[in-house]
Design a protein around this ligand. Sequence first.
Ligand code: SF4
Length: 637
Amino acid sequence: MSAVETACTYDCPDACALLVERRDGEMNLRGHPDHPITRGFVCRRVRNHPGRLRSPQRITRPLQRQGSSFQEIDWDRALDLVAAGLERALQETPASVVLVPGGGSLGLRKLLVDHFFHSLGPITRLGGGVCDETGAAAQRLDFGDKCAHDYSDLENTGAIVLWGRNPAVGAVHLVPFIKQARRRGCPVVLIDLWPNQSRALADRFIRVRPGADAQLAQAVLKLLDADGRLSAAAAARCQGVYELRTLLEATSLAELVSACGVELADVEYLAGLYAGGPVATHIGWGLQRRSSGGLAIRWIDALCALSGQVGTSGGGASYNPGRRRGLDTSLLARPSGRVVEASRFAEQLAALVDPPAHFVYLYGVNAVSQFADSQAVAAALRGAGLVVVAEAFLTDTAACADLVLPVSLMLEDEYDLVGSYGHHWVARARRAVDPPAGVKEDVEIVRLVRRRLGLADDPLLEDVAATLERMSRPWFNGDEPFTRNPCQPPVPFAERFATASGKVQLVGERPPAPPRPDPRYPLLLLSPKRRRFAHSQIPPGEMERPWPCLLNPRAPGLDEIPPGSRVRLVGELGAMEVKLLFREDLPRDLCLVPEGGWLAQDTAVNKLVAARATDLGGGTAFYDQQVRLEPIDDQGR
Ligand code: SF4
């Protein structure tokens, strides 16, 4: 049997093209060798995917809540219940319907589920998010649009700065391009709070103090400005140069260096790189998950722009090229209703009045695990009207539902499209394996619900492949499995910026001083991604308990933990037992607890994270949370 050419729709910037073969009931899944980014290999997350498809824990029949448990029901009954609940809510007002989509799949067929709900009227929708919204909003202010160079543009660079980026975990297909550039003598600098897994890729590691990335960018800018090394041509493409210089003059270099906690020699080294060039700056997502994360990105953008790195081949302030760029979405219904912000989801969902949430539909999202203040999210969902969750597993979020609808997973959907939020390639995803009996595709579910509402068939939902083909006409020439998105400019902003003036709108605001740690909670809690699993898509049998916590062996509070005792992390919202792991090279005031755990297993780190919004784009300030260590006594207290 010939291999199926398909694509990975996991929440990952690499958007790999895949080849899948079935032989003797076994699935052989590999990276497409002809795709210039995938280059024939896939990551551990997707190597685990066949096991996820075959998992005995998959839900294959709809579930209806019966008190504290669920009862299996047939699809007719489930769809009748969904349609009846939706109809009741619509009769009151569309605003009583709340739609919560997620990033469980980046496949663009999801847009058709959103289209169905938005075609019903001004429903309530999710605003902001838990991902990259803050940085994207910052780049829209600065450049008029978010941007990123293709990975292959590293062939043209003179230096690489990974600013809070960790490609060894988060974008493994960027790694060969970095190594290639390094082999030809291009220096690689990693700037982060800790020497992350990409440290081995870098010639120099610069540790920045938490919340002080903007001050580091300011310090480099100040040095460049003082030495007359800023690009006059670049300044002519910017608005707000005078105001920015005024801000720089208001703070001494010594104050900035002290605030960011970086050696002056490192600031001078960075100034030397940015004065030369081209420098490819790849900005990570972690640093914008703070209350002043938007300003941090804006100051890094300002450094890249004023040093002449933006609009230049081999340069760039690469963050996200926009995975839907050029996609024709004009045929889809537009969202127009009120918003519940993801960053404060629990509070805002519970506070909805006139009307309250009568019908909540969640799909592709494990909101309880992934949103801040997990316990409050679970409570808010339990307190809402009819909660319907389209899911493949009984996640924390599904456990809060009144109805759970079993859905197909990646490689099982008939047809999909995926764009990348890292590089410039787009790909088609086709069914490579049949879904198990009893599960349905997400669009099929809403198509059947629509019929039960007595509405005329929507041609966009009737033939998903045809609709997606229409939408992606700007991308493909024929039936090729992947292509470089012709709507992505190879060098973003080479001619003009996307702002109204056509120029960079430089940041005009000084960042707040990095917060002083609260002595009651001396550890800053970070929740990085893991190599093996995508977010909370962890098979329940593989959940480590207690959940790991990585920290310095001399971290504050450790000396009060009796040897051999169980340990918990305690924050303002509660506590969670952890298993301590140590790394000498971690800063003493950090602890790293992976994201993706589940509340039901006491591994959901977001139960410790208070719901706070960032300064831009409705992002979630996950990385503002302080915690402390405590021993657990013999009684488990
Ligand atoms: S998760 Fe990312 S790296 Fe892994 S196969 Fe999918 S797109 Fe590629």
